[in-house]
Structures are given as C-alpha cells and as structure tokens.
Design a protein around this ligand. Structure first.
Ligand code: DGY
Length: 330
C-alpha cells in the first residue's frame, strides 16, 4: 500500500522509555514531545502536518479535525490496546493505518482486574487507611468483614482476550463464571474458560462480582447506570478495568453512598484524570490511576510492539496489529 520512505519524519507525542527513542532515532527523524502532559488538540494537529508517522498513547484523541492538515501521514501507532481515541472512519477516509497493542498486555491487565476484585472484596484499601490512622487496638470479631471471592459467581462483561484471561483466574478460585458479550464465544473457547453465556440482566442479577472488560464505544456508553446498579446484589462488587464512560460515575457514586452494592474497584473514570469528587470520600471503593497494563515488562512490550507497527507501516509493510485492515492494499 505505501512505498517505503528513506528517513521518515515522525511524531512521538508523549514521553516513552529511552530505549524506544534509541530504536526510532536509528531510522527516523523524530519530533519528540518529551513530556507527560498530552498535547492540546491544536498542537497535535499542527505537529502532524508534516509527519509520515506518529506514535501516540490512549490519551491523544485523533479525529478528522486532528488529521485535516496531515498531508503525508501514513500511520498512527497507539501504545494501547483500546483505540476509542481513534476515529477509525477518519483514518480510513485518509488511508491512514491505525495500530494498537493487543495480546502483550492481556495477562497483566487480567491480573489487575483480579487485584481490584480482591482489594474491594476484602476491603484492603479501607483497612490499610484505618490501620495507618492508628485505629487498630484489638482484634475484633466483626472488623472489616468482606465478601468471598472463592466459590462465588463471577460475571464478566466483554469476553475478549482479557475477559477470557480473567475467567481462567476465576476458575482457579473455584468461581462459577458467567459472561455477557456482543456474541457468545465459540464452544471451544467457552469450554476452555468453563464460562456460561447469559444476557446482561441475568448476569447483573446473579453475579457476586461484576467485571467490566468491554471496549468503549457509543454503544457501551453508560452501559452500567442507575438501572443496572439497581439489578445487582447488595453484596456484589463492580470492577471496571475497561474504560471510563462505560460506567455512569454519577450513578455509581449514588449507589455506593447508599450501599446499594458492596463496593467498586476502579482503574478508569469518566473524564479521567479528573475523578467524580464523590468517589474520593467513599470508603467502599478502591481507586487506581489507569494502571491496568503497568508492569515494567508489559509496558516495554507495548512500546516495542507499537514501534514495530510504526516502522512496518513506514516501510510499506503490513503492521502486525492493524486496527483497520480493510484499507490495506487500497
Ligand atoms: C490500553 O492498553 O488500552 C490501556 O488502557 C492503556 O491505555
């Protein structure tokens, strides 16, 4: 599709590990935004004007407006598996390749889902705050009573790679795994996860722990709101490691304030990094700052896969994990 470019001019829109810059410098001229604050939309669009390729993170929103003056852009490589920050139609209209970083973060992110599930079920953040506050004087029968994870029912919303990895962790805890997905898994995959497909309502009513792992889109916006929270058991937990906006945070805060569910473990938020202020005052929530894939090994793997994709696209080769393969060869 693309003829290769001798020394491509690329944008690296956020600070990455130095080894990544070294890899890229050997081949490309780099406009490196060596900072952790995302560029504004106007800055991003300005910097993309003369670029052949770009490496971005999930925080950079790339739409038709951002791309309008980009004349030479061949590829934008996302250092994230989720690509709801890309307007794929806008990419396709301009023939720009988009790529993401699946697979390399599956198990690490599934571990994080389980970490949040365990932390909220056993009230770990609340207990630690209490202990650090000097309140622990005696063992007490009824202190910090949680809810069990083992042999309970785990309800997974979104049964892609990460959902399946979570299901397998659930099996090791003797959990009964039910799931909801746009379509059921093949029988083989269901068998491998020993998971049973149910509709959304059945999952919400029966799960002791609800785990959200689906992609964010207009269809999944506020997929969990007041109505859904009201269907859940009062002893149930909710974990969101997917994307902010899948949960209506306002409705969640109200439900948690009323103890309508047992608690929530959250890694992602509507409008992050801003948080609904009500979340910060609640004892029954465990809050993490979008670190689902954040282990050293996995973040390096994500960066390297994103660079592999970028360099392949610039060399006129099909990137390994292209999100819009439909434009390849056109
Ligand atoms: C992902 O890979 O999608 C993570 O959420 C990081 O943005």
């Amino acid at each position: 599709m693309n003829s290769s470019i001798t020394r491509p001019n690329i944008l690296v829109a956020r600070r990455i590990f130095p080894e990544g810059i070294e890899r890229l410098e050997a081949i490309c001229d780099i406009d490196y935004v060596d900072q952790i604050e995302p560029l504004t939309k106007v800055e991003l669009s300005e910097r993309l004007k003369d670029k052949d390729g770009a490496l971005v993170t999930g925080s950079e929103r790339i739409d038709a407006d951002t791309l309008k003056d980009a004349k030479a852009l061949k590829i934008i490589s996302n250092i994230a598996v989720g690509f709801n920050n890309f307007d794929v139609d806008a990419f396709n209209q301009k023939g720009i390749i988009g790529t993401n970083t699946p697979d390399v973060l599956t198990d690490t992110t599934a571990d994080m889902g389980f970490a949040l599930l365990m932390a909220i079920s056993r009230r770990l953040s609340e207990a630690e705050r209490w202990l650090r506050d000097g309140q622990w004087h005696h063992w007490e029968m009824g202190r910090m009573l949680g809810v069990d994870i083992h042999h309970s029912t785990l309800g997974i919303m979104g049964m892609g790679r990460i959902g399946q990895a979570i299901a397998k962790r659930g099996l090791a805890f003797g959990m009964n795994v039910i799931y909801y997905n746009r379509k059921p898994l093949s029988k083989d995959l269901e068998q491998a996860c020993q998971a049973t497909y149910v509709d959304k309502e059945t999952l919400l009513k029966n799960a002791d722990h609800v785990m959200l792992v689906m992609p964010y889109s207009a269809d999944s916006h506020h997929f969990i709101g007041a109505k859904e929270l009201a269907m859940m058991k009062s002893t149930a937990t909710l974990v969101n490691i997917a994307r902010g906006g899948i949960v209506d945070d306002n409705a969640l805060v109200e439900a948690l304030q009323r103890n309508q569910i047992f608690g929530a473990g959250l890694d992602v938020y509507e409008g992050e990094p801003k948080l609904h202020p009500g979340l910060l005052d609640l004892p029954n929530v465990v809050l993490a700052p979008h670190i689902g894939s954040a282990t050293e090994k996995t973040r390096y793997s994500m960066m390297n896969l994103a660079i592999d994709n970028l360099l392949a696209g610039l060399a006129g080769e099909k990137p390994k994990t292209m999100i819009n393969p439909e434009i390849w060869g056109k």
